[in-house]
Design a protein around this ligand. Structure first.
Ligand code: COA
Length: 162
């Protein structure tokens, strides 16, 4: 089932080769690798993208983020909805900081309410990822705690009660 607010469309991922091919370019981008995975992360191989998507799709609802273009809807990123973690990537840099992430998150908060969940969590947002922190707070999440991950990086955790 698509989720849409009339601008952004979230399409459930169905292990489509074309989606993996498209996503491969996103996971070559140093900004995505740094903020999603951590410093020093090597660009992903196609097999790694596929196995990451398999993992995410089996642990929550994985969606391709799509925007309308003159040629139809085009995937520009991915997001996974689960109660404990909500990894999101606007993979195409031309679409970052244009309000798409906020639209996506609002759709997923509504989706979580619709299925009767009582809270959502953004588990690990690195201290220096100010844009992501603002993304979650602007959509109603509140700071819960900070922590240090296995690699020694400071992260913040956010939560929303639904
Ligand atoms: C983080 C990410 C998902 C945010 O999505 P987005 O579409 O770029 O964000 P939005 O345009 O909806 O903006 C969200 C908030 O960040 C603010 N923001 C936008 N660009 C910013 C920037 N460069 N620096 C700081 N804040 C910024 C916006 O003003 C907005 O806050 P506001 O509502 O209080 O004004 C996206 O930028 C991305 O994929 N980044 C790379 C990967 C990543 O960091 N993923 C998240 C890992 S936790």
């Amino acid at each position: 089932m698509y989720l849409t607010d009339g601008v952004v469309r979230l399409r459930p991922y169905q292990a489509d080769d074309a989606d993996i091919d498209q996503a491969l370019s996103w996971y070559q981008d140093p900004e995505v690798l740094y903020y999603s995975e951590g410093p020093g992360t090597e660009p992903f191989s196609r097999a790694r993208v596929a196995s990451m998507y398999d993992y995410l799709a089996s642990h929550g609802e994985l969606y391709m983020i799509e925007v309308p273009t003159p040629d139809g809807f085009r995937p520009i990123g991915d997001v996974m909805l689960s109660e404990d973690t909500m990894p999101i990537v606007i993979g195409d840099p031309n679409w970052r900081s244009r309000g798409i992430g906020s639209r996506v998150l609002r759709l997923l908060v509504q989706r979580a309410r619709d299925v009767g969940w009582t809270r959502l969590q953004a588990k690990h947002i690195w201290k220096d990822n100010v844009r992501s922190q603002r993304l979650f707070t602007t959509c109603g999440f509140v700071f819960m705690k900070s922590g240090i991950d296995d690699a020694g990086r400071l992260f913040y955790r956010y939560q929303i009660t639904l």
